[in-house]
Design a protein around this ligand. Sequence first.
Ligand SMILES: Cc1cc2nc3c(=O)[nH]c(=O)nc-3n(C[C@H](O)[C@H](O)[C@H](O)COP(=O)(O)OP(=O)(O)OC[C@H]3O[C@@H](n4cnc5c(N)ncnc54)[C@H](O)[C@@H]3O)c2cc1C
Length: 400
Amino acid sequence: MYDAIIIGARCAGSSLALLLARKGYRVLLADRTIFPSDTISTHLIWAPGLVYLRRWGLLPAIAASNCPPIRRVSVNLADPGLTGSPPPCDGIDFQYCPRRTILDKVLAEAAAVAGAELREAFTVEDVRRDSGRVTGIRGHSRSGRTISDRARVVVGADGVHSMLARATGAAEYNARPAMTCLYYSYWTGVEAAEVHFIVRSGSAVGAFPTNDGLTCIVSIERIERFAGIKADVEQRYLQSLEIAPEFRERVRAGRRVERIYGTAESRNFFRRPYGDGWALLGDAGYHKDPVTAQGITDAFRDAELLADALDEAFSGRRTYNEALAQYERRRNDSVLPMYELTCHLASLDPAPEQLQLTAALDGQQQQVDRFVGTFTGAVPMADFYAPENVARVLAAAGGQ
Ligand SMILES: Cc1cc2nc3c(=O)[nH]c(=O)nc-3n(C[C@H](O)[C@H](O)[C@H](O)COP(=O)(O)OP(=O)(O)OC[C@H]3O[C@@H](n4cnc5c(N)ncnc54)[C@H](O)[C@@H]3O)c2cc1C
């Protein structure tokens, strides 16, 4: 009998396993994959996400993976773009973009070192129930051997198509339809020491320096174009990188070194993340368009929130329902402003007021630094977009 069985061992599941194991709980961490393992996702981690990795003692392993610290962020919603250095977050003034083959392995290994039982190549097929309460799982190894296990709680950190969410009928709320499709690949010889994000009428590109001198370049298009793109991915991906002259020149100087990866799975929704004997974490409980690159940081934060909630419930300091209700509230309070920004940016059609504000920011470097800090999460949106701050930016622009 385990305290927790966690389905899915990437950034959400392994983080939770690590935290629970360090608190002394008996944890089974199961994934159908074997690490190192890639997944469809770019992998920019803003400074607030790195704060968690540092706290857990894992930042040195990422730093040692030959992935450069990124100190500047360039956001171009209309020419001229804005480039700034986001304010530090808890003393961290850089971002990292480690490949998922590296990040997820570091996390899964750390969970195992902390004492969690890591079971790879194991597919969870269904949950076990007792009088309606989830009490365990049933799954199979690659050899086909069926295994059942019991736990006080089963956590689905099993991604957007969560088996546990389906099995428990976890209710969705505040949902918005998919607005974008994304394609990305890896390039050598592209000069990009900073994060680039460029939006032009229904299209966007992002570029992030990653391990081993490569640059991850992502193309984002409106979902309506998905069928056309799928019919000719290579051509359409390359075309989309012509988005702005200066960016086009950088790309033309480089060479693509991997295949093109893509997805149109960009639905936006919250799920009720708990019930009798079960909980959801990461994309399984809260999913949004990748355009703001928040998923990994969200997974880290929610792993801490859920570890604390389960610890309170297991130790009897709170009832299970009280502790888990608080987990849901804290998660939602933390992400709601960014959820709105994400859904707005995913329309790939910046609002006139946003364009007016970004035009006004040109030349106000301190405010530009704070503006790009809203993307990293280092500057709360409520502060930057407070009416008095917006008025200050507009007034300063008028006086220039
Ligand atoms: C194109 C794209 C780009 C993105 N870019 C960024 C970015 O730059 N920065 C960022 O922060 N976020 C980004 N995201 C979001 C980020 O990838 C996700 O938020 C993050 O991966 C969620 O992690 P997770 O652990 O919840 O789920 P996942 O990473 O989906 O992991 C789920 C795991 O569960 C396992 N699993 C599922 N079902 C079972 C089962 N039945 N039995 C056993 N194992 C199972 C899977 O094998 C998998 O390993 C992007 C997403 C996409 C799609």
